[in-house]
Design a protein around this ligand. Structure first.
Ligand code: GDP
Length: 699
């Protein structure tokens, strides 16, 4: 028997548990993408329904009403007004929270008035008893002209009923809740006469909303039915009031709340967590614990991954037939993949914690707490999540900015996030700090090297804030910023939701950054192992002639590798930029490392290791450090990695935009090359100037 497919749109206010319902229905049968042309996340999933039926569920962005104030809300309206859209639902499933039913029902009545078959999900049923709420479901169904599924997506109850209701969607009433013409009989009467074949409420939305509808002839409608902005506003307000009157009436009969039962632990917790002083202290303490744990827990898997890929690389080069293809695999592809995989533990742990903070309801308090401060810099309270996530990797961090409703705040957040100190900067910082900062204890308890690292983190955040202040002055905006202080209840995080977030974010990183890091690794391998002329081919001969047998086999190999890098295309590039970077205190060897690390910062250490291999043996970090320490400038006789150069390099890595993958993600999220280009040039120029000043002052 052929399967029947039902198209379902999942709609609801933010924080009603829409995502949890979606997860309950679809499990991991989800595809996450973008709406064409804009950077609003599009989540689709499938569910098996009773009676050989398949449901395709589109999880629409959370929206408070059909009066659009953000891009996310536009998506919802555009879809619901356009019956020809391929995603137009057979049935809308509207998710509400039993504790916020009054506010949540506003959206439901609007959708009903578009005469779309709609099922009402009243979620969080598990909280009813504690809150003393009881519902008269048959009465509510009658008044709201719908079918209701009382669900707890946390406990998984009511989901079977919901599936049944979806299967039987054809029997749902499409009668509206509110008679649109009651808003203004005269005006709506004229509208009806002019467009007898259109839905009245739909016409009204076309007139009041600034969105694209394709089908309806917008100009025609607007010409004959324009009203002044203030008049439209007045009618809209009237509509909202009418809706709330209807909802109040309905709930008065259909719902009772025994307030004595409602314990208010929540109010007490809120008072502490959003306190003007304790709120911040608690937040920073939590952050500290999170970062400690991330670094402590991810070091073991990261070392294992590192060793694993090193082993695999040498195994491949020793066991495959020698030649270009083997070199490509062993020196380009395997280390390239390794360079992606190594960051997975940190990213997974970070999003594990962030997801717990969000799920528990705590993050909303942080957002509320930080919003006041962040607004001054053109950011949103919600920018906290991307800025914190940026300490692992800017890629999932920039994607996390999707939660910010206001486009301008989102854009600024995207542009400044790469300033936060990501984990790829750590190996660079670690080696430079150990070279130029003495291992000493200051003020009794602090380790000077650790303190320097902390300063660099701080510098990253200050860079982000500073850039935000500047962008805030420059950028113009279309959307106004509405901050809806959304304070959901505190809850135990749902393991399923946390798990899905971790998997999704990690996947976003692997596919987003992975492709580019891999491609760049291959290009760099090519440029580093090929060069103009025949020096590359003759490297072995030249070095052997020069050193004879005095070096021993291992060192001879290293010397050849180093000679090859110097004479490769990359070597030439490094040398050709030397005049530009000499004022910063760098020589051509550092130049090579900077060029290679423009793709990804962590490549810096590896490149220097290869360049400095000449005249030494094993390849571990201690020896790289020793070599870097001894390196002298042949012209001046001074140490290359002196204090001034070291600081200059640290600052350069703190500020320069050296990450192709981040640029690619910015392009994807802003939908234009303009913003990544601005990011690349302004950050790099700024980094250059800061390093220049630092070196010139310190040398
Ligand atoms: P969305 O913003 O509407 O997508 O909501 P989420 O699915 O992210 O859920 C918001 C919060 O409500 C999370 O902390 C969930 O764990 C919690 N939540 C979701 N469903 C239920 C439920 O049925 N009962 C309870 N008590 N909490 C729930």
């Amino acid at each position: 028997m052929a399967t029947r497919t039902i198209k379902i749109s999942l709609i609801g206010n933010p924080n009603t548990g829409k995502t949890s319902v979606f997860n309950q229905l679809t499990g991991l049968n989800q595809q996450v993408g973008n709406y064409p042309g804009i950077t609003v996340e599009r989540k689709q999933g499938s569910v098996r329904l009773p009676g050989n039926t398949k449901g395709v569920i589109l999880d629409l962005p959370g929206t408070y009403s059909l009066n659009a104030s953000s891009m996310d809300e536009n998506v919802v309206i555009e879809l619901l007004l356009n019956r020809n859209d391929k995603d137009f639902p057979d049935v809308a499933v509207v998710v509400t929270d039993v504790e916020n039913l009054k506010r949540n029902l506003l959206l439901f009545t609007q959708i009903k008035d578009l005469e779309i078959p709609a099922i009402l999900v009243i979620n969080m049923a598990d909280r009813m008893e504690r809150k003393g709420i009881s519902l008269n479901i048959p009465l509510l169904e009658e008044r709201l002209k719908t079918k209701i599924a009382l669900v707890s997506s946390r406990k998984g109850t009511g989901i079977t009923k919901l599936k049944e209701l979806i299967t039987e969607y054809a029997s749902l009433s499409t009668e509206p809740c509110l008679n649109a013409s009651s808003i203004d009989p005269e005006y709506f009467g004229r509208l009806r006469n002019a467009f007898p074949n259109q839905l009245l409420y739909k016409l009204w939305l076309v007139i009041t909303q600034d969105v694209n509808f394709g089908q309806l002839e917008r100009n025609e409608i607007e010409d004959s039915f324009t009203k002044s902005k203030s008049e439209l506003k007045r009618l809209q307000q009237k509509e909202t009031i009418k809706r709330y009157q209807f909802i109040n009436d309905t709930l008065k009969q259909g719902m009772t709340v025994d307030t004595a039962k409602a314990k208010d632990l929540r109010a007490k917790l809120d008072r502490i967590l959003t306190h003007k002083i304790f709120g911040y202290l608690i937040f920073f303490a939590i952050l500290l614990v999170i970062f400690q744990s991330i670094f402590a827990w991810s070091s073991v898997p990261m070392d294992l991954i590192d060793e694993g890929f090193t082993w695999l690389s040498s195994y491949t080069s020793n066991n495959l037939p020698p030649g270009k293809l083997t070199e490509l695999i062993a020196e380009g592809i395997i280390p390239g993949i390794g360079g992606v995989v190594i960051f997975i533990p940190q990213i997974a742990f970070l999003f594990f914690f962030i997801s717990i903070l969000e799920e528990s309801g705590y993050m909303s308090r942080v957002v509320f707490l930080m919003d006041r401060i962040m607004k001054r810099f053109g950011l949103s309270g919600k920018s906290v999540v991307p800025l914190i996530s940026g300490t692992a990797c800017a890629i999932p961090a920039i994607m996390a900015a999707r939660n910010i409703e206001n486009w301008r705040e989102r854009l600024i957040t995207i542009l400044v996030t790469p300033f936060t100190t990501c984990s790829a900067r750590l190996p660079v910082y670690a080696i430079l700090i150990s070279l130029i900062i003495p291992q000493r204890t200051v003020w009794g308890i602090f380790n000077l090297q650790g303190l320097t690292l902390m300063l660099l983190y701080l510098l990253g955040f200050l860079g982000a804030i500073g850039a935000a202040i500047i962008l805030n002055k420059i950028l113009k905006t279309k959307f106004k910023s509405f901050f809806v202080a959304e304070m959901p209840n505190y809850k135990m995080p749902l393991a399923k939701n946390v798990g899905i977030t971790v998997v999704e974010k990690t996947k976003a990183f692997v596919y987003g950054a992975g492709k580019i890091i891999l491609a760049i690794s291959i290009i760099i391998w090519f440029l580093g192992s090929h060069g103009p002329g025949d020096k590359m081919e003759r490297a072995e001969q030249i070095i052997t002639e020069q050193y004879g047998n005095s070096l021993g086999e291992d060192k001879l190999k290293d010397a050849i590798a180093s000679y090859k890098l110097e004479n490769s295309y990359i070597g030439h590039i490094g040398k050709s930029i030397e005049p530009a970077i000499r004022p910063l205190g760098y020589d051509w060897k550092i130049g090579i490392a900077i060029v290679t690390s423009f793709a990804a910062r962590e490549v810096f250490v590896g490149t220097l290791a290869t360049i400095y291999t000449i005249g030494s043996g094993a390849d571990d970090e201690a020896t790289i450090k020793e070599r870097m320490k001894q390196e002298t400038n042949p012209e001046t006789g001074q140490k290359v990695f002196n204090f001034a150069t070291g600081i200059s390099l640290l600052l350069f890595y703190a500020f320069a935009m050296q990450c192709m993958s981040t640029l690619a993600v910015t392009k994807k999220e802003t939908n234009s090359w303009k913003w990544p280009a601005i990011q690349l040039f302004s950050m790099s120029i700024f980094a250059y100037l800061v390093s220049l000043i630092a070196y010139q002052l310190l040398k």
